[in-house]
Every structure is written in structure tokens, then in C-alpha cells.
Design a protein around this ligand. Sequence first.
Ligand code: ATP
Ligand code: MG
Length: 331
Amino acid sequence: MKTLFSGVQPSGIPTIGNYIGAYKQFVELQDEYDSYFCIVDQHAITVPQDRLKLRENSRALAAIYLASGLNPDKISLFIQSEVSAHAKAAWMLQCTSYIGELERMTQFKDKARKQNQRDGISVGLLTYPALMAGDILLYNADVVPVGEDQTQHIEFTRNIAERFNTKYNDIFTLPEIKLPAVGGRIMSLNEPVKKMSKSDDNQKSFITLLDDPNQAAKKIRSAVTDSDTEIKFDKENKPGISNLLTIYSSLTDKTIGQLTEEYKDSSYGDFKKDLGEVVKEFLIDFQERYNYYLNSEELDEILDAGRDKAARKADKMVEKMERAMGLGRKR
Ligand code: ATP
Ligand code: MG
């Protein structure tokens, strides 16, 4: 069986963009792969976090993974900082990475710009891709289901793996990226040329999976649309309505073609009202499952079992990496 790895940061409550770009794929793939799903809290601290909030978000994220439909009997769900192999791998891979290539990462450039206006930029924000490469390579993952924004980081992971394999020892599998067919990049609701992000400062730009369903419908109704009135999919010229069509299609079983046909004589207002209802119904069902998991004793047991299974695999790989680089004594 091939292996799958994917992570989400507990940097806030996941948005419907994260659901469509990431969680929805996870559920579809869990039967086909030996799957590792990680709550990447060490990635979250590359920018400042409130300590209590971070812990709360990590737990919430675990319940969100499960509410999305992951089956804890099949997959391994765990928190990154609880498996020490991740930090060890990150250091070895940082020593295999070059500053220049890390500085070229668009996520670094975007987040650094934002951080610079606040508290300064941490070294961790720059070396983030090396930690992420370690996350993936530790499990010999064949596929990594992510949204489009992660393409550059996966490419970096492949480069680093290849470099390590050539320079030290051929131990890593080169992972393939797996993007969703529709919804790999859900855009901000008020600035549809920017990706929707859970750490955005503007609450109107995103809908989280835990938003009040009525408020969420309202956010959809007030989402920015384009100047003419036609409901048509055209990312370049009509980013607002195209984004809403993508969200609609991803949360229902209707294709974008079916939707544009169905709404060809409707106004933006009618379309947004219906999509608001779709989002509202989706959130009501989702939150029911979420609340069940968040309040169940099962949650900690699932995270403990996930940690133990992940550590067994990751520790072996860390040993191989250390051996390849000559760290420690001969065992
Ligand atoms: P942050 O702003 O803190 O980076 P984020 O919303 O980008 O948060 P991540 O935890 O970085 O969320 O990413 C989790 C997963 O969700 C990744 O697979 C990422 O590619 C995917 N993803 C993030 N944003 C979107 C989006 N707007 N559309 C589709 N997928 C997305
Ligand atoms: Mg992100």
C-alpha cells in the first residue's frame, strides 16, 4: 500500500477553503493509502501564537479532521510536536537547504511582508519548508494532498530529497503532489484575487468551519462579486463569481457547468442567497459531528494512538538520516 502524508496548521480555525482544498481530498483518499494526518503546531509557531489558543486550536483541529469524515481505525492522526522525529529531521534538512532557495518561497515572502509590519520575522518562517520536507519524507510518503499554494513547497521537498539521496544515502521517496480536481485555490470573499486564509486579519474574507451557520450565509451574501451581472466561470475577468461557483460546486455534487446553466437567468443576489443556504446546511451538519468528537474521550485516545504509530515509523527514518550524515555513534 502506498503512503500519504498531509498537514494543517493550528494557526486558526480552518476555513471552507481548507476543507475544499485539503480535508475533502483526505477523506476520498484514506481507503487507498496508508495515511498520516498531522496537526502541524511547529509550523504554526513560525509566527506569534497565543499559547492557550494554540492548544485549543490543536484540539479543535483534531475534531475537525474527524468531523470531515476520516476514519480513526484506518488512519493515523497526530500532533507534530508530540513526535520528536519531526524537529530532528527538520534540523538535518535545514543543513541540506540553501538560504537562497528558502528566500525565494512565495509563502515566506508574503508572510514576511506581513510580519515585518508587526513583530519582526522569525528564522523559523524562513526555514519552514525544511520542516515541511521532513514531515513528508519521514513517512516515505508517495503522495501529499494539498491546495495549490503548497506546490512550491512540495517541489522544494522533492529537490531536498534528491539532494540528500545523492549527497548522503539514497533513503527518501520523492513525493508527488495531489491537487483537488476543483477547489485547489479558494479565494478570499472580499478580495477574490487573494487566497482565502485562516490567518487573515479580515474576518469577512473567510468562513471557518466553526462559524455560526447564519453568519456564514450572510458572509456569502455580502461577498464581493464582479461589475457585470452574468453568472459565468471566468477566473481572470470574474474572480468573485468564479470563486463562489467553485465553492458551490465543491459543497454539492453539481458541476460548474450545471450551475451556470441552472443560474443563467438569475441575479447575483439570488445565486448568493442559494449558496448561502448550501454553506449554512453544510456547516450545521459538520458542526454536529465536530461537537461530538470534541467532547468525546475518544479524541485523546485517537491522538495517542496516532502519535505512537507515527513515531514508530518516523524514528526509524530519523535513525537512517543520522546514519547517512554521520551523527552520533555507530549502533
Ligand atoms: P495560514 O494562513 O495560517 O497559512 P491556511 O489557511 O493557508 O493558513 P494551512 O494550514 O497553511 O492553512 O494549509 C492547510 C491546507 O489547506 C494545505 O493543504 C493548503 O494547501 C490548503 N489550503 C490553504 N488555503 C487554501 C485555499 N484558499 N484553497 C484551497 N486549499 C487551501
Ligand atoms: Mg498556509
